[in-house]
Design a protein around this ligand. Structure first.
Ligand SMILES: [Zn+2]
Length: 332
């Protein structure tokens, strides 16, 4: 399942690629993913709205739209969003849509099998870039800038942009609600503090551990109602770096260990964001490309291999119904 670093990568990509665009159409082959609305009502309510901004809490994505509406997406197990831009001429011939942005590093990632399970698609009209004030003041080069702007606008006008939601398992969730009501949705209201937010500070972390003193630390880290964003991939990596066994009860974790654990949450999350997440299975970024964290992972799915620190064989256990990986020597 995509965790905080993967979702943050998607949110950053969306903010870079679709802000200011207007939704002109929506298509779905799996309307069951749309909660509390029929496909017809959802489509009617979303078409014509401008994309204002994209944000995240834990693993939940919020796309704020004009007219006080927010599109809330949860990628669940296998969902990922692909942003495709192409010329309208190309889009008319099936299969070629998305050609332009798909070639990242010379490889057509959109053609990968993992990106072929398109269940929903938003068509966007690209924004018109207004003339920037700074540019209009540059009198001597105004003509040049004007002509550049005109070219840029012509290019934009000729583009067709889509957000395509690939989801092989079909567990992903789509919600459209009033922006000022999203925070009151039960699943959002019950979320714990986001693992990389400014509100997540050591004293808050200590309070969580004190409140859950009898719970295994491996469960606390993954409990979205306590700390939002960490799943079973990153909990193994975080606990290894902190030197703490996943089965340790929170109440037995010392002040020094808690501090280290808190620091490792930040360190691992930021490192994974920098590497654009982990693609051990279905997760891909909006260009269809895999993340890079799986290349440097030390514990997750490394059972039977030697610990990179001490050489002891890495073990696998199940905590909170999910697999956890640890070194029985390095972690106490
Ligand atoms: Zn070890």
């Amino acid at each position: 399942m995509p965790e905080l670093p993967e979702v943050q990568t998607v949110v950053s990509d969306l903010n870079e690629k679709i802000i200011g665009d207007t939704i002109t159409a929506f298509w779905s082959e799996w309307p069951k993913a749309i909660k509390c609305k029929t496909l017809a009502v959802f489509t009617k309510e979303i078409v014509g709205r401008k994309i204002l901004g994209v944000r995240r809490i834990g693993k939940n994505i919020f796309i704020d739209l004009s007219g006080n509406k927010t599109l809330y997406l949860h990628l669940k197990m296998t969902g990922h969003l692909l942003i495709k831009t192409t010329s309208q001429e190309l889009s008319s011939s099936q299969g070629k849509a998305g050609q332009e942005l798909s070639s990242k590093g010379g490889k057509d990632y959109f053609a990968d099998k993992v990106n072929q399970y398109i269940r929903h698609k938003w068509t966007l009209k690209t924004k018109n870039h207004p003339p920037r004030l700074a540019e209009t003041r540059l009198d001597s080069t105004r003509c040049l800038i004007k002509s550049k702007r005109a070219t840029a606008r012509r290019c934009e006008a000729g583009k067709l942009k889509t957000i395509e939601f690939s989801d092989v398992r079909k567990f992903a969730k789509i919600v459209l609600d009033d922006t000022d009501k999203i925070a009151q949705l039960p699943e959002i209201k019950s979320l714990g503090v986001d693992a990389i937010s400014a509100e997540f500070i050591l004293t808050k972390f200590n309070k969580i551990l004190d409140r859950k003193a009898k719970s295994p630390i491996g469960i606390i880290l993954m409990d979205q109602h306590l700390i939002a964003g960490i799943g079973n991939i990153y909990r193994s990596e975080i606990l290894f770096e902190a030197g703490i066994l996943p089965t340790r009860k929170a109440g037995t974790v010392s002040i020094t260990e808690r501090k280290k654990l808190f620091q490792m949450i930040e360190k691992i999350m930021q490192k994974a964001i920098k590497l654009r997440g982990t693609s051990d299975s279905d997760y891909r970024d909006t260009a269809g490309a895999p993340g890079g964290f799986q290349k440097i992972m030390k514990m997750y799915r490394h059972d039977g291999k030697k610990c990179p620190k001490c050489g002891t064989i890495i073990m696998r256990d199940t905590i909170g119904q999910r697999a956890v990986f640890f070194c029985p020597s390095c972690q106490k």
